[in-house]
Design a protein around this ligand. Structure first.
Ligand code: VGL
Ligand code: ZN
Length: 197
């Protein structure tokens, strides 16, 4: 069983959004077109409470894209984005969400960020996605979405480490590329056994 996992194709990551990824909206039509090829379609949704600890606005003296130290390790500070229930947190209006059999939300705990669809940024708090996939007999994953070097990357590496056969379709992803993070992410995904297609 082969699932398409669509990572964070939300307004705030598209042009005009709070944490816009260049060309983020260009992948919507290709992703819609891919959906029919898969046994299951799963969407993830970045879903932060207002005042989330990953927001620079919560760290006096810090600006977006600066680093901070959290109890679980280093953390990039982001502009306020994907606040629960906001328009920015909604899926891109042209994304075919009707095809999704599961929508998994992440980043909802105030004190911890969650890039990966599998584990929060402490690398141990599970989202529950692994259990869902295993109980449905899904063993192959193709990942697409935003952003290549953050949520797609962390999801792909965790999935491969958990033993899933993982492909990232780069043409249906867009990256943030913060200080060379895209090259680091590509190397890390390949190292983990992810196929970049
Ligand atoms: C993401 C930064 C903060 C992502 C989510 O979806 O890649 N990046 N929250
Ligand atoms: Zn986020």
């Amino acid at each position: 069983m082969h699932a398409l996992v669509v990572i964070d194709v939300q307004n705030d990551f598209c042009p005009g959004g709070a944490l816009a990824v260049t060309g983020g909206d260009e992948i919507v039509a290709p992703i819609n077109a891919m959906m029919a090829e898969f046994d299951a379609v799963i969407l993830t949704q970045d879903w932060h409470p207002a005042g989330h600890s990953s927001f620079a606005s919560q760290h006096p003296g810090k600006a977006p894209l600066e680093m901070t130290e959290m109890p679980y390790g280093p953390q990039v500070l982001w502009p306020d984005h994907c606040v629960q229930g906001s328009l920015g947190a909604a899926f891109h209006p042209r994304l075919d969400t009707d095809r999704a059999e599961l929508i998994i939300r992440k980043g909802f705990r105030p004190g911890i960020d969650s890039y990966s669809a599998f584990f929060e940024n402490d690398h141990e708090t599970p989202t529950g996605l692994e259990g869902y996939l295993r109980t449905r007999g899904i063993d192959r994953l193709t990942l697409v979405g935003l952003a290549t070097d953050f949520c797609v990357n962390f999801s792909a590496v965790d999935a491969a480490t958990l033993g899933f056969e993982v492909t990232v379709r780069e043409a249906a992803c867009r990256g943030i590329d913060l200080g060379g993070s895209l090259a680091v992410a590509r190397a890390g995904m390949q190292e983990a056994g992810v196929t970049l297609a």
